[in-house]
Design a binder for this molecule. Structure first.
Ligand SMILES: Nc1nc2c(ncn2[C@@H]2O[C@H](COP(=O)(O)OP(=O)(O)O)[C@@H](O)[C@H]2O)c(=O)[nH]1
Ligand SMILES: [Mg+2]
Length: 432
């Protein structure tokens, strides 16, 4: 396909996905085609997803289902790329090396910065189109798969997301912010260097469950807890508050538990979340076997870290799969995470089904199964308090969020999860 036909046909494509309400609008959408193509052909582009280039994509988390969704863009001469980072000027993406002729691929990190093992994928910069969607959670973000016009170095469209990790913006406004897209595993890092804050772990878990990806709790800096009995006790405590979630104690320093963690995240896309200083970037470096992420010394005595990771980076693992590091999240607000909260507190939801009144608020109602469990000691008070706190917070934020956008997001969710669940399950099971 020639570059001119690629550039002109791309104008009918709109961001972020074909399900966008603005998609296909007659106005030319967000992607007015440049009148004159200004750069020469990219010869390898049309065949990019095949052969070696295809292998590069699979190592980045690509699969048959994404390939199917991408087919119309491939016909337009666009190349699939995975967004590594979004910044003011546009974004960086990983694309198959075979799609980019060497002379057009200046290394964006020529000096400084440790070399990143990228397999046969290379980083390119591309512009992002003006963003027409009023929903901030639909903005391009790390982990998105994009249809890239390599000739123009421009992103033309995003593939529908399979999972998405959202939080409310730190400004405490009702806007949602996307932390990462298309993740299979959400690794919640909790430091053993500080006193365990189970409520905070539950909050991160709610976000994780809501994303549609599978959560995993990693208790970091296990080397700082020398007594094995104490360590076992801490692991059991966390496991009890996270039904159905694997809990691993690891130390990047001694290597303990690291092989198990590597196995859990191999092949898929894993995002690390957790408080600043929890040891996320150190884990990323350990899993990559290279000092890629910036780690800064912090005060381990109180477990408080500084915010050293400022951009969310997507880093390919040497074994296949990718890791996404997030900045230390100071205040992690829930954003429309009702399902996530319900899943974190599954046993309370379960008890609630036995209450006499179906709309029981578990406060003073007669025949309340939750209060009965509290009274007989089978449900810890802390757990119920935490549930109430997060449920209230979620309702508050939901009440301030545009109802139409929420309904639209829910609808989109259901569609995406139906199509994506199967592939995600397969990937979690270690297949493609
Ligand atoms: N003792 C010990 N310290 C660790 C371990 N992992 C990380 N740290 C320290 O914890 C601090 C914060 O680590 P960092 O990876 O920057 O945390 P992040 O903010 O979550 O990315 C640094 O001083 C690390 O050296 C570990 O396994 N054991
Ligand atoms: Mg960090």
């Amino acid at each position: 396909m020639s570059p001119s036909s690629s550039a002109s046909s791309a104008s009918s494509v709109s961001l972020p996905s074909s399900s966008s309400p603005s998609a296909g609008s007659g106005s030319g959408g967000a992607f007015p085609a440049p009148a004159v193509p200004t750069v020469p052909t990219v010869p390898a582009a049309p065949s990019a997803p095949a052969g070696d280039s295809g292998e590069a994509l699979f190592r980045l988390g690509w699969d048959a289902s994404f390939a199917g969704e991408f087919a119309p863009y491939a016909a337009d001469g666009l190349v699939p790329g995975r967004i590594v980072r979004v910044d003011r000027g546009g974004c960086e993406l990983l694309v198959p090396a075979g799609a980019v002729p060497a002379e057009r691929n200046p290394d964006p990190h020529p000096a400084g910065g440790a070399p990143t093992p990228r397999g046969d994928a290379v980083t390119v910069r591309a512009t992002l189109p003006p963003f027409p969607d009023p929903d901030p959670t639909r903005r391009p973000c790390t982990g998105d798969w994009a249809a890239v016009d390599l000739a123009e170095r421009a992103v033309r469209a995003l593939l529908p997301r399979r999972t998405v990790l959202l939080r409310s913006t730190s400004s405490k406004r009702s806007d949602g912010q996307v932390l990462a897209a298309n993740v299979d595993h959400v690794v919640v890092a909790v430091s053993l260097a500080a006193e365990l804050d189970l409520g905070r772990a539950e909050r991160f878990l709610a976000l994780a469950w809501e994303s549609g990806a599978g959560p995993l709790i990693v208790l970091t800096k296990a080397d700082l807890v020398s007594d094995p009995a104490v360590r076992d006790h801490l692991v059991a405590d966390v496991a009890a508050t996270a039904p159905g979630v694997p809990v691993l104690a690891v130390s990047a320093r001694t290597g303990e538990g690291m092989a198990d963690l590597a196995r859990e995240v191999a092949g898929g896309t894993a995002v690390l979340i957790g408080q600043s200083g929890a040891g996320k970037s150190t884990l990323v470096n350990a899993l990559l076997g290279a000092e890629v992420q910036d780690v800064r010394a912090n005060r381990d005595s109180d477990g408080k870290g500084r915010h050293t990771t400022t951009t969310r980076d997507l880093l390919p693992l040497p074994t296949g799969g990718v890791l996404i590091d997030t900045p230390g999240l100071r205040g992690v607000g829930l954003w429309d995470a009702g399902q996530g909260v319900a899943q974190v507190f599954a046993e309370i939801e379960e008890l609630g089904r036995d209450c006499r009144f179906h709309d029981c608020a578990h406060t003073t109602e007669p025949g309340c199964a939750v209060l009965a469990a509290l009274a007989d000691g089978s449900l810890p008070r802390r757990r119920l308090d935490s549930y109430r706190k997060l449920a209230r917070e979620n309702e508050w934020i939901a009440s301030r969020t545009d109802a139409r956008l929420r309904a639209e997001r829910r609808r989109r969710w259901k569609q995406q999860q139906a199509t994506g669940r199967h592939m995600t399950e397969r990937k979690r099971g270690g297949h493609r």
